[in-house]
Design a binder for this molecule. Structure first.
Ligand code: SF4
Ligand code: SF4
Length: 322
């Protein structure tokens, strides 16, 4: 019989309300015939060798992951850990979420797509997409029924689920201990056009290129804590910082970082997204004891910096090509 593997990724903090929601969902899922449920520490903090990551990679069939992250952040964090699959559609959404429109990746430009993704589906659920444990459990049971029958059940056909009360706290058999907190970008390969802007922009060696010439986050832990600068320069809105407090940077549907900053700059004369990115990256360079580099030469007509030796060399080379 086909079972849906459900993995609950714990909150990174100790908020009792979050712990209670996790425990209630877990209690309701244990014993469900079409679901096998496990618990791992906060997904985003796992490194590739953590027992939780090893477990996730061992799951070959349909997988649903529930975490305190936007679904896009969950999916591409999993992809980075080597847990790959097609994006499963879920029906739980925050009331404030707009449709995923004008979000990058919607034109005819070629996109990288996930590398070596098997033909299985991964559903990503954000704990904050539903107010109650019942809402999440109902959605998980709907997906499990879909997996079992390989047909989509309508909401009306879904089976009501009773939630145990009070929550059962000690059912957990968590896989691995909570690791140290981390901060790094993940790439949404469904949007990434492999333009290499991020490699050029980041001066901390976070990005690299694999043997096939695909961009990748090579040295995640080189990323500067709290710095989201490169997500503002990515033209495809493909760089996600799943733990950033700004929804547009954390992978929320409906907005993109450039849109937000552009609107503000038009209204209030605030810096553009690119200016802000340069400033954020330079602040991190200075904190690291290095020199700020200032804005790059993005458009010759707008570049008012005095020319340095490299600029003059490039001009000379350009002249030779002409
Ligand atoms: S800047 Fe964005 S689109 Fe370009 S390679 Fe980096 S992640 Fe991909
Ligand atoms: S956020 Fe800053 S340090 Fe981190 S990858 Fe982007 S540019 Fe590099």
């Amino acid at each position: 019989m086909k079972k849906l593997t459900v993995v609950i990724s714990e909150s990174p903090g100790k908020d009792p309300r979050k712990r209670e929601l996790e425990a209630n969902i877990l209690a309701a899922l244990v014993g469900q015939p079409d679901v096998a449920v496990s618990v791992v520490p906060h997904l985003y903090d796992l490194n590739e060798d953590h027992a939780g990551a090893l477990f996730l990679r061992s799951v070959n069939g349909p997988l649903l992951v529930l975490a305190w992250l936007y679904p896009r952040g969950i999916h591409w964090t999993l992809d980075r850990l080597g847990v790959k699959g097609r994006v499963g559609q879920t029906q739980l959404k925050r009331a404030s979420d707009e449709d995923d429109k004008n979000d990058g990746g919607k034109d005819d430009k070629p996109r990288l797509g996930a590398a070596n993704a098997p033909a299985r589906t991964i559903w990503s659920l954000d704990f904050q997409d539903g107010d109650t444990a019942e809402a999440h459990v109902q959605e998980i049971i709907r997906v499990a029924a879909q997996v079992k029958a390989a047909v989509k059940l309508s909401a009306a056909e879904a089976v009501p689920v009773a939630i145990s009360s009070p929550p059962i706290q000690n059912l957990k058999s968590k896989i691995g201990n909570p690791p140290a907190r981390r901060w790094y970008p993940v790439i949404d390969y469904s949007r990434c056009a492999n333009c290499m802007e991020c490699v050029d922009f980041c001066l901390f060696g976070v990005y690299g290129v694999d043997d096939a010439g695909r961009i990748l986050v090579e040295s995640a832990d080189n990323c500067r804590k709290g710095c989201p600068a490169c997500s503002r320069v990515c033209p495809e809105n493909a760089i996600v910082f799943p733990m950033h407090r700004t929804p547009a940077l954390a992978g929320a549907p409906g907005t993109k970082p450039g849109d937000l900053k552009l609107d503000l700059s038009q209204l209030f004369g605030a810096p553009s997204a690119l200016d802000l990115a340069d400033k954020e990256r330079d602040a991190e360079l200075v904190k690291d004891g290095r020199e700020a580099v200032g804005p790059p030469k993005r458009q010759p007509c707008c570049d008012l910096r005095p020319k340095d030796a490299l600029d003059k060399l490039m001009d000379a080379l350009d002249g030779e090509r002409l």
